[in-house]
Write a protein that binds this ligand. Sequence first.
Ligand code: GUN
Length: 296
Amino acid sequence: MSAKIIKGIEVAALVREELKIRVQKLKEKGITPGLGVVLVGEDPASVSYVTAKAKGSAEIGIFEQTINFPADTPEEEVLKAVDRLNKDPKFNGFLVQLPLPKHISTDKIINFISPEKDADGFHPVNVGKLLRGEPCPLPCTPYGVLQLLVRSGYSPEGKHVVVCGRSNIVGKPLAALLIQKKKGANATVTVCHTGTKDLPYFTKQADILVAAMGVPKAITADMIREGCVVIDVGVNRVPDPTATKGFRLVGDCDFEAMKEKAEAITPVPGGVGPMTVTMLLMNTVESAERTAGLLK
Ligand code: GUN
C-alpha cells in the first residue's frame, strides 16, 4: 500500500487564506501587521528562506521589510538594528535569520530581541513560557509540524511521537509543544539524538516519527513500523549535475522506500517547509491582533 502524501503546500495555502481574512479585519481597524527580517551575509539557503518570508507576507497583505547586512558587519551594528526594530511600532514581530556569521554571538542577538516581538519564539523568556504552557509566540517549524498533523487528520493526541533531533529550533521546542495538556497535543514523546544508543529500537515504536537531524537518509524504511506517520523536517542539499542549480533538496528520510510502508509521509520539498513560513506569518498576525486588543 502506498502512503498518503501529506502536502504541506496545500495545508499552508489553506492557513494563508484564513490569515488573509484576519489581516483584512485588522486593516479595517487601520492596522497593518508588520514583519521585520534581518539577514547578515548571503548564505544561499538563508537567502531562499528570507525570500519565501517576504513573498508570503505580500501574499497575505502584511508589511514586510528585510534588512540586509554584509557578512562582515560588526555584532554591534546588528544589535543596533535589533534595538531599532524593538522600538519601531511598524513591526509587530521580527526575526534575525540563522545561522549568523561566526563573529556574531547568536545568543547575544536573540537575548536582545524584545520577547513581545520575537516572531520566531526563540527568546529564553518565550522558551520558558512554552515549557510552562503559557501563551507565547510558538517556534515556527514545531508549530507548523503540529498544524500539519492535526489538519491532515493525524492528531498526535494519545500517540507515541518519536522526535529524532534535539536542536533549539526544532527538536526541543517540538517535544515541549507535543507534551502540552491541550487539544491537538497531549502526546507521549521520546526524543532521540546523537547520544541515543540504539536508534531503530526507538523509531520502530513510533506512531508518528519526526526526523529533524539534518542528515540525508538518516531514517530508512527498516527503521519504522508499518502504518507509521512520518514527518520529515530535514532540508539537505545534495549535489545533482542533472538539476539546473547543481543540487536538489532531500529530507532526512528515505522517502521512496518509506512511502511503501508508512501510513502517511511528508515530501521534501513541499512538506514542512511551506508550513514553517506560514506559521511565522501567523505569529506576526497574532501579535498585531494582541496589540489591537483583539486577543487576550
Ligand atoms: N534558520 C533556519 N530556520 C530558522 C528559523 O526558523 N528562524 C530563523 N531566524 N532562522 C532559521
